[in-house]
Structures are given as structure tokens and as C-alpha cells.
Design a binder for this molecule. Structure first.
Ligand SMILES: [Zn+2]
Ligand SMILES: [Zn+2]
Length: 233
């Protein structure tokens, strides 16, 4: 189900509370089209806007998230801010046995400020001093791309929760995105019916029985990342 048209904020964070984030979604008219669509497609109400919540069937997302149905909120980077608890220099204990911060937004006033995250999630700015960790999982030449393909996956270094995925730089001058792991969204927001994935991506690469699990889910199915190509409309 697509997001409601009025402005909303989606809240979430890692399992231990060291990472908290917000996705501040403007009203429908101010949301950009998905980056593969041309501006003239804005008049078509079926053209997807961002953020967009979808399932990815690709092998890379499955193993990186440890989930058979990785689900992403494809988010323009400027809508995403993060608050990371500081990590003391000598705090390298192998095991942390307590959830130290609450698992929802109740403690947000006591936290470090929420700041733009694209710089740190793309490895441009240092994450040192916080629990955030970034792993560049792919760095390869892809035929037809105008830049080397670099995929950054970020996670909490204290509890291990996978927070986000991004490609930087984006190919073909597509807008900078942060794809957020939907499983990290707070329960109160997750219960909203519009948090349900509205599409499936990379279907051509999926595992047959996993695709069967979600075959009756409403919404378009796409062979790869492009929402302009369809297996089912
Ligand atoms: Zn954590
Ligand atoms: Zn994927």
C-alpha cells in the first residue's frame, strides 16, 4: 500500500538503541518520482514516488540482511537523519548483555541530535566515536555503468542490526538514496497498513519457493530494480 499523501515521519532504530533514525516524508506533491522515471510521468498517478517500500529478491540483500524477504524503504537521502550513541575508545567488549536505550522514540530528547546521514553511511565521513559501522560490500566495474559500483551497508556495531543500504556514487546521476531496512521501523509505525511493501524488485533473481510465499501479495512485480519494467502490473 502506498504511503498516505500527508507528511509523515517514520521512526526506527537498531535492536539495542545505539542507532535511532527518522524518515521525514513530505506531502505527496513534494515527493520525487522514483529515479528511473522522467518528470513528464508525474501526471500518471501510477508512477511511483519516493520513499517507496518494497521487497527485494536479490541474493545480495538476502545474505546481507539475513532475511528471506528483505524489505526496504527506498528513501531520498535528504529525508533520512540518524542519532548515534557515542562509543568510548576503550569500549570493545565482545558482549553487551543489556538493551541500554529504549526500543522506541520515548527517549529521543536525551539522545545526540539527529543529523543528515548520507556522508557517514557512504563512507565519505568517519563513523569513529559512534557505534555506527559501514561495510563496502561491493566495489566492482559493472558493464554499462558510468561509475564503479560501490554498495555500502551500515549496521550497529554494538548489536549488529543492519540499518541501511546505499549505492554511492549513484550511476547515471540518479539522486542519492538511502535504502532503510524496514524491519528496523518502530512497532507503532510498523502497524500502519501503509508500511506493507507495495512492490517486489529483482524478482528474476529470486528463489522459487520464497517468491511463492509472497505471490499473492498486492502490487507490481519488477524483474530488477527498475520500476519501469514489469513482470506483473
Ligand atoms: Zn544497536
Ligand atoms: Zn537487493
Amino acid at each position: 500500500m502506498p504511503l498516505p499523501h500527508e507528511p509523515i515521519t517514520i521512526h526506527g532504530g537498531c535492536n539495542c538503541g545505539a542507532m535511532r533514525y527518522r524518515i521525514d516524508v513530505p506531502s505527496f506533491e513534494q515527493r520525487p518520482l522514483h529515479f528511473v522515471h522522467a518528470p513528464e510521468e508525474a501526471s500518471d498517478p501510477t508512477t511511483p514516488r519516493l520513499p517507496l517500500i518494497c521487497i527485494c529478491h536479490c541474493n545480495d540483500c538476502r545474505s546481507a540482511t539475513g532475511s528471506i524477504l528483505p524489505t526496504w524503504c527506498l528513501t531520498p537521502q535528504e529525508m533520512f537523519t540518524i542519532s548515534c550513541l557515542p562509543k568510548e575508545e576503550d569500549d570493545d567488549t565482545a558482549m553487551q548483555s543489556l538493551r541500554i536505550a529504549p526500543h522506541d522514540a520515548t527517549d529521543d530528547a536525551q539522545r545526540p541530535p539527529y543529523v543528515p546521514a548520507h556522508g557517514i553511511l557512504s563512507g565519505v565521513e568517519s563513523t569513529s566515536g559512534t557505534w555506527l559501522r559501514v561495510f563496502c560490500s561491493t566495489n566492482e566495474k559493472v558493464q554499462g555503468w558510468d561509475v564503479d559500483k560501490r554498495i555500502y551497508r551500515s549496521f550497529c556495531g554494538r548489536c549488529g542490526t543492519n540499518i541501511a543500504y546505499l549505492v554511492y556514487p549513484m550511476p547515471f546521476r540518479f539522486r542519492d538514496m538511502i535504502d532503510v531496512v524496514v524491519g528496523t521501523v518502530d512497532r507503532a509505525d510498523m502497524e500502519q497498513p501503509w508500511m506493507q511493501p507495495e512492490r517486489q524488485l529483482w524478482h528474476n533473481y529470486g528463489v522459487p519457493w520464497i517468491k511463492d510465499v509472497v505471490k499473492d501479495m498486492d502490487g507490481p512485480i519488477h524483474p530488477s530494480f527498475s520500476t519501469a519494467e514489469f513482470i506483473r502490473r
